[in-house]
Design a protein. Structure first.
Lengths: 364, 665
């Protein structure tokens, strides 16, 4: 009698989850635990916290995966509206830390509404396209752009160039999958390139500095360039096979900044070398491939748009983080998906993956 | 109707969408490939470069300072040592507001205006990232207070440092010299000698005296610790340690008891005294009065104190024994006598007049004798005993400078002795060449040698100018029948670690090829000086051993023709200098000395008693009754070389602990 019960429980848990994705996530998770243990100097505090967050994230993911995409979709307008309202509240009543106003004081805790927008914005844009699926005209795209620019602009004003870029990129991915004309896309790319000098002038000094630092970190080796130089040293000295787990000197002698969060990849890279990097990149590519596969089989427009966008966003996070640690992209506050330590980011990400699985579960 | 159209549309849209997925996928794969190629560049192609950088990041070489060698006297009494104390050090580059930090620190520790002045001076001289001491030698209480408040002051450290201590201060200042902070000039010298690495972490270097001469031996060899350091510069663990080799100690020939006694005998008077062991050239006492407190110089002297010392008319900073040039007065006569005998200008038994004054043929200028009535008819020995000026005027006139110079020069007068101290003055033993060279820039008449020039030279005046050290060495050579040594303060350089002593070369540098009979003759004449009828008969009373000497009076100002020297009428500093040279015992000399007391008048009055008291103590251990209570070193127990070595080894170990006891930052 017991076996069928357990079997049924297993079935219940297993049923909404995507097997391939779970396998890849599990492998990345194992790596992330190894590197976090090393990065936190072999302390279990962060490991414990991360386990808690991961379990929470799994629950959220499972919950999202169990729901039908249509039901989730219905949350889009209120979630988006709430997000914009909170961003406005930040704008007027936010807490300023290090010169940028990103947080909202809620008495007990402090929240960062731009984090909500990472999910809410693409949901809203996808909802919008689904809503007008049968009568899409050029002005619908224009309207979608407005939906993107409102929160994007608010976040940009905080200022938080990194998050604003990620949010707007997510919205843009929806537009892309919704069939925004190639001409507009290419025209936009050209216009963007042309507007760079203007953007440069509008940027804050610290943002300019980040870009300059990227071009030549040695310009300011003890200041802005320090982080990049040290993480490049970590990666480079790791060599083809790495220094071995727990043996990274850059890591354990504190040379790597933010080594459990944004720069955790430098730790990984130093200890596991090029081989490790390739394994991680391949795992990410597998996750992305699976995501696009699910997307390709999605039944509804909303499903396609969200599936594609979640997958692309996942890729962008991974690429931007590794690119920044490897010194080819400017330093923006983007964690390495599934690996970096941090509760909010984990939850948001798992939620996204859950939504992806839910899309996969409702096939034609 | 619309259904099929819509279906078609959907299919077209479907195709569109799949295309976009493929494009997106292609872009993602491409970007991942870009990332991987970046990794390949960093981790394969640039791997070596970054490995080096990581290694440099990780490992820093921390110098371990060797302990500076000790300096002990011939009996093992410590004259220079090290002790550990806490200093408060600031690194300007690590703090936001230096002045505010200093102000805050002043509330916790007692920072004197002198400390502040010194700090400002050092600040101007050092680079921003160098730690500069604000206050040396914190009290235990201050060190504890600082430790408790350290967190408030980034860039402020309390460090255990070794300090140099000269327990006898003024007494040994002109022998030991002092160490001081390494300045740009020292750095240049170190660079020339390729010693920069060996001085990493070292703050002090010998500036003068033995500390300067024996810098290499005293300093030792720096050790290194390869430390693994984290990004904050904190040392994590030691990878490798090369221990330092401590400096070697100097064992001096100097007897501090003799030195102290001499000092007390001088009292407040100015002058110099050099005592040499004629048997090996070891310097037994080396005094220049007044001295100074060497500790003033170690951490850099403030400009006001420096000005005071430098402009003091007593010139405490001048090493009179080494650099003070004085006419020797009548102490020159024994050397004149040697020259006269050697050149055959006079025979031992020749009797000549010694009248009240001497005039040159065809001149009315009177060279007066110190005794207006003269000494009648005397031989050479008697002339030495009574110090007849007119006898030696005539002798010098008869000989001419060309017969005097070569013989006297062999006693080392007018040239550096080569003692192990820097900055020795050569002095002047006049000759025709010397005069021509000396006055080369004037009209030729000025540089020409006039026969009359030699007359006053015969009694040690005129152009004659020697250091007390030269006189002592000359007398030692004479006492030793011509065996001449290079005077040396250091007897042995001792390596504590290997318990190995390197003796300083004590072979005679020269043996003067003069007739032993002539040495004997002159020495007997000098012995007579202390006997009844001699100029120093008073100090020859009750001699338990034999002693020979010669008084001298060096003129500071020329007395006008016809005028009488009247000490009372002259300002003190224009009075004559009082000289005395001596050796004892006459048969087998163990000590030779030269004493000059500035502006103290006749040699017999001031200088001779000092010499007698010293020989008394050195040969019999007797201490003048009136001084016995004041002498601290006399009772100091003497230790054997083995005992000293053991004590030093223990000391070195303690000091090393002092080094290591730096509180963890």
């Amino acid at each position: 009698m017991q076996t069928p019960l357990l079997k049924r429980l297993w079935q219940f848990v297993r049923e909404p989850l995507d097997g391939w994705l779970m396998l890849f996530l599990g492998l990345v998770f194992v790596l992330s635990m190894l590197v976090l243990y090393s990065a936190s100097n072999q302390s279990f505090d962060k490991i414990d916290n991360k386990l808690v967050y991961t379990v929470l994230g799994l629950v959220v993911m499972w919950g999202a995966a169990r729901m039908r995409p249509q039901s989730i979709m219905n949350f889009a307008p209120p979630l988006y509206a709430l997000g914009v309202l909170l961003l406005l509240a930040v704008h007027f009543k936010g807490v300023t830390v290090n010169g940028s106003t990103r947080w909202l004081e809620l008495g007990i805790t402090r929240i960062q509404p731009s984090e909500i927008m990472k999910i809410a914005l693409p949901m809203m844009v996808a909802w919008f396209f689904q809503r007008f699926e049968l009568s899409l005209r050029w002005w619908h795209y224009l309207a979608a752009m407005v939906l993107i620019v409102i929160p994007g602009g608010l976040v940009l004003k905080q200022p938080d160039l990194g998050t604003a870029t990620l949010i707007m990129a997510a919205g843009f991915f929806v537009l892309y999958f919704a069939g925004l004309s190639w001409k507009v896309l290419i025209g936009g790319a050209v216009a963007f390139a042309a507007s760079l000098p203007v953007v440069w002038n509008l940027m804050h000094d610290y943002q300019k500095k980040r870009v300059l630092t990227l071009i030549d970190p040695m310009e300011d080796p003890l200041g802005a360039g320090y982080h990049i130089i040290q993480s490049m040293i970590a990666i480079g000295s790791g060599g083809p096979f790495g220094k071995g787990w727990l043996n990274g000197t850059q890591t354990h002698l504190d040379y790597i900044p933010e080594r459990t969060t944004d720069f955790i990849f430098a730790v990984y890279s130093e200890e596991f070398g090029l081989i490790g990097n390739i394994i991680l990149v391949v795992l990410y590519l597998l996750i992305v491939s699976r995501g696009l596969m699910i997307t390709a089989r999605a039944q509804t427009l909303y499903g396609r748009l969200m599936g594609g966008t979640i997958t692309m966003s996942f890729f962008v996070y991974a690429f931007v983080n590794m690119g920044m640690v490897a010194g080819i992209l400017p330093v923006v506050g983007v964690p390495l998906p599934l690996v970096s330590y941090g509760g909010t980011a984990t939850l948001t990400l798992m939620l996204g993956l859950g939504m992806l699985m839910s899309i996969g579960n409702t096939r034609r | 109707m619309s259904r099929p159209t819509r279906f078609k549309n959907t299919q077209a849209e479907e195709g569109q969408f799949q295309l976009r997925l493929v494009v997106a996928y292609a872009i993602m794969v491409l970007l991942f490939l870009l990332l991987v190629s970046r990794f390949v560049w960093l981790q394969v192609m640039q791997h070596e470069h970054f490995s080096t950088l990581a290694q440099n990041n990780r490992i820093s070489l921390v110098p371990i300072l060797p302990n500076r060698g000790l300096i002990v006297d011939r009996n093992g009494v410590i004259l220079a040592q090290n002790y550990s104390a806490y200093t408060l050090e600031l690194t300007p580059s690590k703090m936001a507001d230096l002045d505010a930090t200093v102000a805050e620190l002043s509330k916790l520790v007692n920072v004197t205006p002198r400390d502040l002045k010194l700090f400002k001076k050092l600040r101007a001289e050092s680079r921003n990232f160098e730690a500069i001491p604000l206050k040396a030698k914190l009290s235990e209480e201050e060190a504890a207070r600082m430790a408790a408040h350290a967190w408030r002051f980034p860039g402020v450290e309390v460090k255990a440092r070794l300090f140099r201590d000269y327990p006898f201060k003024e007494l040994t200042s002109h022998v030991l010299g002092y160490i001081g902070r390494i300045n740009t000039k020292d750095v240049e010298r170190l660079e020339e000698d390729d010693q920069t690495t060996n001085y990493r972490g070292t703050t002090y270097i010998g500036k003068t005296g033995l500390e300067y001469t024996y810098e290499t031996q005293l300093h030792g060899t720096v050790g290194f610790e390869e430390m693994e350091t984290d990004a904050g510069g904190r040392a994590i663990r030691t990878l490798r340690r090369t221990p330092p080799i401590n400096g070697q100690s100097l064992h001096l020939a100097l007897d501090i008891r003799l030195q102290e006694l001499a000092d007390k005998l001088f009292g407040k008077r100015r002058g110099a005294l050099v005592a040499i062991d004629p048997r090996d050239g070891g310097v037994l006492a080396f005094l220049s009065k007044p001295g100074f407190d060497p500790s003033l110089f170690i951490d850099g002297i403030d400009s006001q104190t420096w000005k005071e010392l430098n402009e003091d008319w007593e010139k405490p900073l001048v090493n009179r024994a080494l650099r003070g040039l004085y006419p020797p007065g009548s102490t020159f006569k024994p050397f004149m006598a040697m020259a006269a005998l050697e050149t055959g200008a006079i025979g031992p038994n020749d009797i000549r007049p010694a009248p009240g004054y001497f005039t040159l043929p065809g001149s009315s200028h009177q060279f007066r004798d110190s005794k207006p009535s003269g000494n009648g008819m005397v031989n050479l020995a008697k002339a030495i005993q009574v110090s007849s000026d007119t006898f030696f005027y005539k002798l010098a006139w008869d000989m001419g400078i060309d017969r005097i110079h070569p013989v006297v020069a062999q006693f080392g007068l007018g040239s550096k002795t080569g003692i192990d101290l820097d900055g020795e003055a050569a002095g002047v033993l006049p000759s025709k060449e010397w005069k021509a060279k000396r006055f080369a820039k004037y009209r030729p008449e000025v540089g020409r040698w006039y026969p009359a020039d030699v007359v006053s030279i015969g009694i040690g005046q005129g152009f004659n100018a020697y250091t007390p050290l030269q006189m002592a060495n000359g007398v030692a050579t004479l006492a030793n029948d011509g065996a001449m040594f290079k005077p040396h303060l250091v007897q042995q350089v001792v390596d504590d670690r290997h318990a190995k002593a390197t003796p300083i070369n004590t072979n005679p540098v020269r043996r003067l090829a003069f007739k032993p009979a002539h040495f004997e003759y002159v020495k007997r004449g000098m012995q007579a000086v202390l006997q009844p009828g001699g100029t120093a008969a008073r100090i020859g009373v009750n001699l338990p051993y034999t002693m020979a000497g010669k008084t001298g009076t060096a003129q500071v100002v020329q007395i006008k023709q016809g005028a009488k020297y009247n000490a009372g009428a002259l300002a003190e500093r224009y009075r004559d200098h009082s000289w005395f040279v001596a050796f004892a015992p006459v048969e087998a000399p163990k000590i030779a000395l030269a004493v000059i007391v500035e502006n103290a008048g006749f040699g017999a009055a001031a200088a001779a008693p000092i010499a007698r008291a010293l020989t008394d103590f050195y040969l019999t251990g007797k201490v003048p009754a009136d001084l016995s209570g004041q002498l601290q070193t006399v009772k100091t127990e003497t230790r054997s070389a083995a005992e000293i070595a053991r004590a030093q080894a223990e000391r070195a170990a303690e000091e090393q602990e002092g080094h290591d006891a730096n509180p963890a930052p």
